[in-house]
Design a binder for this molecule. Structure first.
Ligand SMILES: [Zn+2]
Length: 383
């Protein structure tokens, strides 16, 4: 009996018979994926979910949700899933600490270097800098900027930085929410420093991309857009509240667009928000570079999110964002990995997103678990 994958994907076919799954319908040939296995060495430990705590009365503790297994599956699905022939792999590299100063302050970087020397420190709630973590953070930052440079140098139109630890909560002066260095923010700044004039960031991680927003809060050269759970502030490391009235300041006023969405928004609600709010904002801004910040923690099964996207929703979001990049930035699109904590479904949702970016006419991979339908009656009022 054919596996679900075999049922929807034809094997490489050397004979002239028509292939039931034709190649991507537009000129984008592949996605350039930047990765380095040293990022697996960031060990976030075990405990009660993300606390690192052993209360003493539980027999079985669990891995911290931001663990290496989730990313191992993202790597393996891109290597061995049906999208594999359309992926071009590139080796990542560590950032120099001097590069980090384009987004972060020297004082903050010094704090992290000192914490690394102390061999283990909780930087803020749920955010552990253990032996190996700093090297992994430098790899995530350098790998993301390498992916952006690949596009800036004209070697490809679409690059994906498959990185951890994540970065979009990291602010210029402090860590937050499992993040130390703002990988996407560093890449955006590199684009600006290389002559791009306007960069748009669309962040679909289930949490507010507060660090990226903060880094460009006073800039009219970067339009930061974040679709997220309406989670509000969560303590001193995350003072931003993610509401619609956080619009930017000074020259940057009007260049931060927060789109908080109700729990359970689902595929149709997200697409509605993108069509009604994101597309017009991008049309008006006319970016010459686009960055899609992805987190599979917006999925229906994520332990850290309540937003109920399925593979189909991710696929359609990937397609819509790619269409915007084709229209405005000559197809130039950097995709940056953030959260996504369901160890298997996150990989499937990543695969679906990249299918959408490549604009396959039919899904390459069927959804193994999304059987519970959207509550469509609430989709139109989701925004
Ligand atoms: Zn997240």
């Amino acid at each position: 009996m054919a596996s679900p994958i075999e049922a929807v994907v034809s094997p490489p076919n050397p004979n002239p018979n028509p292939n039931p799954n034709p190649p991507p319908s537009h000129k984008k040939e592949c996605i350039h994926v930047f990765w380095h296995e040293g990022m697996l060495k960031h060990d976030t430990g075990r405990g009660v979910f993300d606390t690192g705590m052993d209360p003493g009365f539980l027999d079985v503790l669990e891995n911290h949700p931001e663990n290496s297994d989730r990313v191992k599956n993202m790597v393996s699905i891109l290597r061995r899933g049906p999208i594999a022939p359309f992926i071009s792999w590139h080796q990542g590299r560590p950032a120099l600490t001097s590069e980090l100063l384009s987004f972060h302050t020297q004082e903050y970087i010094n704090e992290l270097v000192e914490a690394d020397k102390e061999q283990g420190k909780i930087i803020c709630s749920g955010t552990f800098l253990n032996p190996g973590s700093w090297d992994a953070a430098l790899l995530a930052a350098g790998t993301t900027t390498s992916a952006m440079k690949h596009i800036l140098d004209g070697h490809g139109k679409t690059a994906y930085a498959l990185v951890r630890p994540p970065g979009h909560h990291a602010q210029p002066t402090q860590a937050d929410g499992y993040c130390f260095l703002n990988n996407a923010g560093l890449a955006v700044q590199l684009a600006l420093d290389s002559g791009r004039n306007k960069v748009a960031v669309i962040d679909i991680d289930v949490h507010y991309g507060n660090g990226t927003a903060e880094g460009f809060y006073c800039s009219d050269k970067v339009l930061t857009i974040s679709l997220h759970m309406n989670h509000g502030t969560w303590g001193p490391s995350h003072p931003q509240n993610g509401t619609v009235d956080e619009l930017g300041e000074g020259k940057g006023f009007g260049y931060n667009l927060n789109i908080p969405l109700p729990n359970g928004t689902g595929d149709k609600g997200y697409l509605h928000a993108i069509t009604e709010l994101v597309v017009p904002a991008i049309e008006k801004f006319e970016p010459d570079m686009m960055v899609l910040v992805i987190g599979q923690d917006s999925s229906a099964f994520d332990p850290n999110g309540r937003q109920c996207l399925t593979m189909e929703g991710y696929r359609r979001i990937g397609k819509r964002v790619c269409e915007m990049a084709e229209r405005h930035s000559d197809g130039c699109l950097l995709i940056v990995q953030e959260g996504g904590y369901h160890v298997t479904y996150s990989a499937y949702c990543l695969h679906a997103t990249l299918e959408g970016v490549l604009n396959f006419p039919v899904p390459l991979l069927s959804d193994p678990i999304a059987y519970y339908p959207d509550n469509e009656s609430s989709s139109s009022v989701a925004v």
